[in-house]
Design a protein around this ligand. Structure first.
Ligand code: SAM
Length: 270
């Protein structure tokens, strides 16, 4: 999930990186290994941000690797290049990743992304699936929000905030309707249509008192986005957040945020 209503910030990405690393489905990375060519591997990380996917995945892949880091934010790319995993070479690819086509993917052993698909439209995901499958390139696409959020203990406003937040995730931006919580099923369907085998695994955040700062920041962003979508919620937002932060301060608040990981294997549909 991206921190809504703000450009993706390096601080937000740093705050969420440990929870992301714990949540990603390591079994999909394990399974992927069987489908990779002999190295050195060229890996493209789409929407790399500060490079957390590489820091998580590079050590799980065999042999020498060259990572092509795609992002439209030059500041984030610079940070990613400054914090590369050991034994990995990398190059920045500044620009819009939705332009990538099959020809550009030639020679790529793996396309990967983390917390990206929900920011794309259905056409962009379709284009990505077509490009990957045309070149027989596997894709490991992690941490797409599912819309499932469980806050314990419950609060009477949770449902209204959740509904408004999900609608905000699916909003239309410059003529593109974002997929939000529809991203994982849309991507799975697109890759299958193009003949890939798709393996799906849950990758939820399970947050409690040890992740207090992340919970607070995530909740603030969630409520801000919900109010942007449904301004009538604004009057209740402050008291709601105070109740939530008080519960967190007492060590009582637990949050499960649903995500899904997908491994798409072209040409190996069962
Ligand atoms: C939520 S962040 C995730 C960053 C990183 N993958 C991670 O897991 O920490 C999404 C990233 O995708 C980038 N991004 C989103 N849409 C993009 C596009 N169309 N072209 C290039 N980069 C894009 C953003 O700049 C941002 O760095």
């Amino acid at each position: 999930m991206s921190r809504p209503n703000s450009p993706v910030g390096a601080d937000w990405l740093a705050l969420r990186e440990p929870a992301d690393a714990t949540a990603r489905a390591a079994e999909l990375a394990e399974r992927l290994r069987e489908h990779l060519p002999a190295g050195p591997l060229v890996v493209r990380d789409l929407g790399c941000g500060t490079g957390s996917m590489g820091r998580w995945l590079a050590g799980r892949l065999p042999g020498p690797q060259h990572w092509m880091l795609h992002d439209r934010d030059p500041g984030l790319l610079e940070r990613a290049l400054a914090d590369l995993p050991a034994h990995v070479t990398a190059q920045p690819c500044l620009g819009d990743l939705t332009d990538l086509d099959a020809a550009q993917l030639a020679g790529t052993a793996l396309v990967t992304a983390s917390a990206l698909l929900d920011l794309l439209s259905v056409d962009e995901v379709e284009h990505l699936a077509a490009a990957c499958t045309a070149g027989g390139c596997p894709a490991l696409l992690t941490l797409s929000v599912t819309g499932s959020v469980l806050l314990t203990p419950a609060d009477p406003l949770d449902v209204a905030v959740g509904a408004a937040f999900d609608a905000h995730q699916r909003r239309t931006v410059e003529g593109r309707r974002l997929l939000g919580p529809d991203a994982a099923p849309a991507a799975a369907a697109a890759f299958r249509r193009h003949g890939a085998r798709v393996v799906r695994a849950p990758s939820p955040w399970r947050l409690g008192p040890a992740e207090g700062e992340l919970v607070e920041e995530w909740l603030s962003g969630r409520v801000e986005a919900a109010c942007a979508q449904s301004p009538a919620l604004a009057a209740e937002a402050g008291p709601y957040l105070r109740r939530r932060f008080d519960a967190a301060a007492r060590g009582e608040l637990r949050v499960v945020v649903g995500h899904a990981d997908l491994l798409a294997l072209p040409g190996s549909r069962e």
